[in-house]
Ligand binder design. Structure first.
Ligand SMILES: O=C(O)CCC(=O)C(=O)O
Ligand SMILES: [Fe+2]
Length: 193
């Protein structure tokens, strides 16, 4: 696996460190960890039900009907701080976001498997903005055709923007990192059509 410079991620991925200051990002981690009604839905894997290896929360505007998360997760409502981040990102990236999926990885044992965020509801070449809070975690990106895999370290307060071909041509995952003992919360702002 090759490690890429942050400046040369695959097409459609853009990394911005320190979108939120270090201190603010850790305070925000703690706030969200304690204030949100985290849930651990079950998924079927080879016919057997398993709890997902992390906790989740989902927030969306009233109008949103989002198949994937909406079915399994309650809409936990826009906390003032989540609304504030949304407003800022909308201004910064010139796109309106009506849904937000939050993932809480309690430590390095919690993970997210390989996937693309290519549900129909997200539309063609969606823009998803991913905000990281808490422990740094590796984020892997794999080309669907060549299987070439790259990884980037997502640091607290950073923004990762996925747009263009990022979901069509690549999958991403958050692998296990046994040595990571601290938690991380990730926010993905989405536009559901
Ligand atoms: O935690 C992350 O950085 C990835 C989250 C993710 O891929 C997703 O919510 O679809
Ligand atoms: Fe994803």
């Amino acid at each position: 696996m090759s490690k890429l410079n942050k400046e040369c991620l695959p097409e459609g991925f853009h990394y911005f460190p320190k979108g939120i200051s270090f201190d603010k990002s850790l305070a925000l981690y703690e706030h969200l960890r304690t204030q949100l009604p985290w849930q651990q839905p079950e998924i079927r894997v080879y016919g057997k039900m398993h709890k997902i290896p992390r906790l989740q929360c989902f927030v969306a505007d009233q109008s949103v009907n989002y198949g994937y998360s909406g079915k399994q997760l309650d809409n936990c409502g826009w906390l003032p701080v989540l609304s504030a981040i949304r407003t800022r990102l909308q201004r910064q990236y010139g796109q309106s976001f009506n849904a937000l999926l939050l993932n809480w990885y309690r430590n390095g044992q919690d993970t997210m498997g390989w996937h693309s965020d290519d549900e129909q509801e997200l539309g063609h070449e969606p823009m998803i903005v991913s905000v990281s809070l808490g422990a740094s975690r590796l984020f892997k990106i794999r080309n669907k055709v060549t299987r070439e895999t790259n990884s980037i370290l997502l640091e607290t307060g950073s923004f990762l923007v996925m747009s263009g071909r990022s979901q069509n041509d690549f999958e991403h995952s958050l692998p296990k990192q046994a040595k990571v003992s601290q938690g991380r919360i990730n926010l993905t702002f989405r536009t559901v059509g």
